[in-house]
Ligand binder design. Structure first.
Ligand SMILES: *Cc1c(COP(=O)(O)O)cnc(C)c1O
Length: 287
């Protein structure tokens, strides 16, 4: 079934939704994006996603041609056009059509693209059995080069990491920062549980500050689990009681093996499962 795609104010059939080959989003990965989910027709944590999108745009000096309210309206219209209730929303803002040279000032106007599709997930079995992840040699971008806080279209750092994990037959790629501390996975944030405390790398470890990450930290506090943002090494992960990843698409996915070491009991942990339950309650009821 063909989808309806929003491009710059128009909602077009998928076949007609095209952008110029001179768009710097294509030529240079110059732009920003968001991945958002809707549950039962309601867009989950929309404001947080819009705030992050506009912050990412500000950081790369890109002026989004819509207000946040207009953007929210455009997303809703696109969802309606596609008749979707549970969906994954990809919001893309590119630098726009320019010259072959780098200069973003020669680009006309940023292009806004909204794709709403069905959600593509890790398999159900992986949520039950847990994921096997490996540390890859590709380090997470240094913030002085390209700050991982910017959710940019320039995703090669993550893709190179992902390629390594696929090569190794693992489910996700664990990325370290330039100092060798744990940063995050190719497309998800990472958490461990040790002695009933929840630990995750701090914002300045060089990570994308996930909205799911922030929610999970709040949920843990609610169920009486202490939360610490702390630098961690691979050693800390290997000796953890539990481990899991978070992201809008993945929600909360247990990790049971890291670099061939079994984590905890080798099964999704108790804290992980109670957080997953709380998160699912939230996505279903919080409107
Ligand atoms: C988007 C993303 C995440 C997850 O962020 P959420 O807001 O929870 O979806 C984590 N890491 C990277 C590199 C990302 O791009």
């Amino acid at each position: 079934m063909g989808l309806k795609i929003y491009i710059n104010g128009q909602i077009l059939p998928q076949e007609d939704a095209k952008i110029s080959v001179f768009d710097h989003g294509l030529l240079y990965g110059d732009g920003v994006f968001e991945g958002i989910r809707a549950y039962n027709g309601k867009i989950f944590t929309l404001n947080q996603h819009l705030d992050r999108l506009y912050d990412s745009a500000t950081a790369i000096s890109l002026k989004i041609p819509l207000t946040k309210d207009e953007m929210a309206h455009a997303i809703k219209k696109t969802m309606e056009a596609n008749n979707l209730t549970d969906s994954y929303i990809r919001l893309v803002v590119t630098r726009g059509v320019g010259k072959l040279g780098l200069d973003p000032n020669k680009c006309a106007t940023p292009q806004v693209i909204i794709i709403t599709d069905t959600i593509e997930l890790y398999s159900k079995t992986l949520y039950e059995k847990g994921l096997d992840i490996v540390t890859v040699t590709t380090i997470r971008n240094h913030f002085s080069a390209l700050d991982p806080k910017i959710k940019s279209l320039n995703y090669l750092n993550n893709i190179l990491a992902k390629l390594e994990s696929i090569q190794a037959g693992a489910g996700e790629a664990l990325m370290l920062n330039k100092d060798g501390y744990v940063a995050e996975c190719a497309g998800d944030n990472i958490f461990i549980v040790k002695n009933n405390t929840l630990l995750t790398p701090p914002e300045n470890a060089g990570i994308l500050i996930g909205i799911t990450r922030n929610i999970v930290m709040e949920l843990a506090t609610e169920i009486g689990i202490q939360v610490k943002e702390e630098l961690m090494t691979r050693y800390d992960l290997y000796i953890a009681d539990e481990c899991f990843l978070t992201g809008t698409a993945a929600e909360i996915i247990p990790v049971v093996r890291i670099d061939g070491r079994i984590i905890g009991t080798g099964k999704p942990g108790k804290v992980t499962l109670s957080l997953l339950k709380k998160y699912q309650d939230l996505t279903k009821n919080s409107f």
